[in-house]
Design a protein around this ligand. Sequence first.
Ligand code: FA5
Length: 341
Amino acid sequence: MLDRSIQELESSSLARIASATTPEALEAIRVEVLGRKSGALVEISKGMGKLAPEERARIGKLLNGAKQNLETALEARLQEFAADRLARKLDAEWVDLTLPPPGPRRGHLHPITRIQREIEELFVSLGFTVLDGPEVETEYHNFDALNIPATHPARDAQDTFWLHGGHLLRTHTSPVQVRGMQTLGPPLRMIAPGRVFRNESVDASHEHTFYQLEGMMIDREVSVAHLIYFMKTMLTAIFRREVSVRLRPGFFPFVEPGFELDILCLICGGEGCPVCKASGWVEQLGCGLVHPNVLRMSGIDPEEWNGFAFGLGLTRLVMMRYGIDDIRWLQSGDLRFLEQF
Ligand code: FA5
């Protein structure tokens, strides 16, 4: 009787161990069959007291054999689970050591640089040369050679950071006109992008450090019509659509006649916002026909040559192009802002 019970318990338990799918299920079988207090084998051994001594020894051997077989099977199955787990982990955490390393995070061009390059490309295709000029300028190039002598009130319009020894931080890119006329002479088609500085209070549309792009064309019989053609070509290329512009008379001592060109504010559509100071229009550039005095001071005969010049607020143009509602974002260095471009 006991023989059969032991054999049956052993074979059914081995089958259950083989088909168990988790370590928890194995543990449950171990407690149920081999548990010291009320495991099935212990229950069977309780019947041994009534047996004759030789029979008790034989059954005892059978019980021990069954116990050992089951313990071995449990241990082997547990090891299978552990090996399985390890294999799955290795599979999930597999690293291909032959792949190249990810390398440093890549940056990109600042939106001002990007628009500057677009404008450069356009003007180069129209036969213009791109010139560079110093940010620390002489008083002569920044003012005098542009028909703004020391006593002229126009100097007050550009609050200047003065340096020692007759130098200053250039307040506009116009001194590069002078350098272009002096070094290249007429006929001349040049643009000059660059950083300029003014000692003024900062708000949504004014920075102390901002970018301008100067342009100049000197030839024979240049007219305001040429100027308007180039300004319209540039603005259409940058905004990739028709934008509303208005030309107002504007005074700059180095041009005659002089104009200021505004575009309908693209932030608010003309309804009024902090960028356009509720006027609906944003000033983009100053321009006009080059004053004869300016030509003469740079050694060009105004009887033979004339031309137009313009000074574009590049930073403001970038604001309009991307719908940026505060100029201070552009130099903030804030990655949350920069990563949008
Ligand atoms: C000038 O600087 C002249 N040199 C432009 C010029 C060149 C006129 C050639 C005629 C011929 P103005 O001070 O208006 O002009 O500045 C030109 C443009 O720079 C403005 O239209 C505006 O778009 C931009 N600008 C001026 N001040 C600031 C500022 N604080 N912050 C950002 N942009 C500015």
